[in-house]
Design a binder for this molecule. Sequence first.
Ligand code: C5P
Length: 222
Amino acid sequence: NEMIAIAIDGPAAAGKSTVAKIVAEKLSCVYIDTGAMYRAVTLKAINKQVDLQNEGQLVRLLANTTIKLKQSAAGQLVLLDTEDVTEAIRSQEVTNNVSYVAMHPEIRREMVARQQALAAHTSVVMDGRDIGTHVLPQAEVKIFLIASVEERAKRRYEENKRKGYKVDLEELKKEIEQRDLIDSQREAAPLIKAENAIEIDTTSLSISEVAEKILFEVYKIM
Ligand code: C5P
């Protein structure tokens, strides 16, 4: 009955959430999508016309914001002050702005505290950019997922197509590259592989192959 924490980090659209959900399900852990939390506060800031460069204003906004990740039969729901924003946080506008919100050290400090609280009393699979390095530095298993930008853009393109959105492949590629650049170059907890993380290149792997590799690492230490 020991608790376990699994950290899954990596660049945008590397398949983190898809495999994290599968791994969490297999291990009966709680899945926590930390990107959804940054997206939720970004959506609220945009709606309230808060200047995304203004860290103080964003911090006050976040202090008055609740973000809940709720498991439902239909998958994970994201609740922003009780409003269901599961779909809304995936918009192009939120996607293209979230990295500017996530740059601010005081925003990150608050998010990390909330994320650590979520993992304090339960086994978790958590995905994001700084989970292995800052949120759960003691995680028993740390995974760093990578894939070529072409492959990541292609996957996002197919996903969008299935959902009925039409987004240009080249546009997606640019958006992903831009987000990775900002996330990797920021001062506060940049996207970086933790020293003891296991890197998995998913470019030519299927979702179940990636999940299997992660589960293999987990079983090794259990
Ligand atoms: O994982 P997802 O692509 O939804 O994350 C959206 C954005 O949130 C990232 O591009 C990054 O700017 C930010 N983020 C972060 N730290 C995390 C998770 C996400 O900075 N742990």
